[in-house]
Design a protein around this ligand. Sequence first.
Ligand code: SF4
Length: 357
Amino acid sequence: MQAPSGRDAPDRCPGAVQVHAAADGGLARVRLPGGRITGAQLGVLRAAAAELADPALELTSRGNVQVRALPPGAEHELAARLSDAGLLPSATHERVRNIVASPLSTAVRPLVREFDAMLCATPALAALPGRFLATVDDGRGDVTPLLGDVGLHGSRLVLAGVPAQARGGPELLVRAAEAFLAERAAQDSRAWRLAELTDGPARVAARLGTALADVPINRAAAPAPGVHGRAAVLVVPLGLLTADQSAALAAAADEIIVTPWRTVVVPAAAMAEAERAGLVADPASPWAGVTACAGRPGCAKSLADVRADARAAVAAGTSSPEGRPVHWVGCERRCGAPKERHLEMVATISGYRSAAA
Ligand code: SF4
């Protein structure tokens, strides 16, 4: 039996309407279900960031986008522009539209759209925590390892990474999310994640009239930078899209998929333009394995400007001494750490401490 775990603080995950007061100003998180954004929508987001806040767009480990350094009150103008562009379809559900999907699969996109629409049309699901995550994996095993609270692996239901016997589609995911809320209430818990509930996966499965399944689930690595058939994967260095890079992507691609690995997927025909703007399609590039949290000046907890330090290490050729992925963080909270094995560089008051993670 898993140990129960409680939360003594309310969930304060930022959204596009409910922004977070960061050290550098308001931080708005724009949910992109399945990471999908059209070129036209990216153009709107780019212009809004350039005119209202920090022009660079920050990619998150759930394939969302953040706008930083909003002055007080500017979130209203941002929300209005997002709404006009179709990026804010529900003010009540905006923070719970956390859906990660296999980025190279076109088959999952209609499932993501359908689930998102059903989620937003179910008033009770507005009560989901902002950290609740749904995964839609086409069966290749790239996003199931991210341990969504509810997910589809092919058509199989997966609960906190544990396969269940039930199979289905978006409607099953909606029922599973409802079952999470019901089980959380039954346990008198404020848990943000299914795995935090006592026997969460088994009990939610039982509420759905199914059970967990002792079957293997295949796992795959994140898609590497480069061409994959008609699509190309490009690294966004340190997960920061500059205004010029956003403009280049918006002009070159009708559709962009933001992945949970700080890469973007664009049509292969748009790859050269994206590379000219500074995105990276070479899997051997040092940028391919380097990530960082926000650090200074955006985060008050940070002991260093980790992005500047990571850039300096890449320039010096010392960013990845053993060829392993490296994640730079400004404090022990280790925000945004990749799920796979990596080297972490943790800022301390006396410099960086490195350790395997
Ligand atoms: S790891 Fe620490 S410094 Fe970095 S964003 Fe998180 S809280 Fe801030």
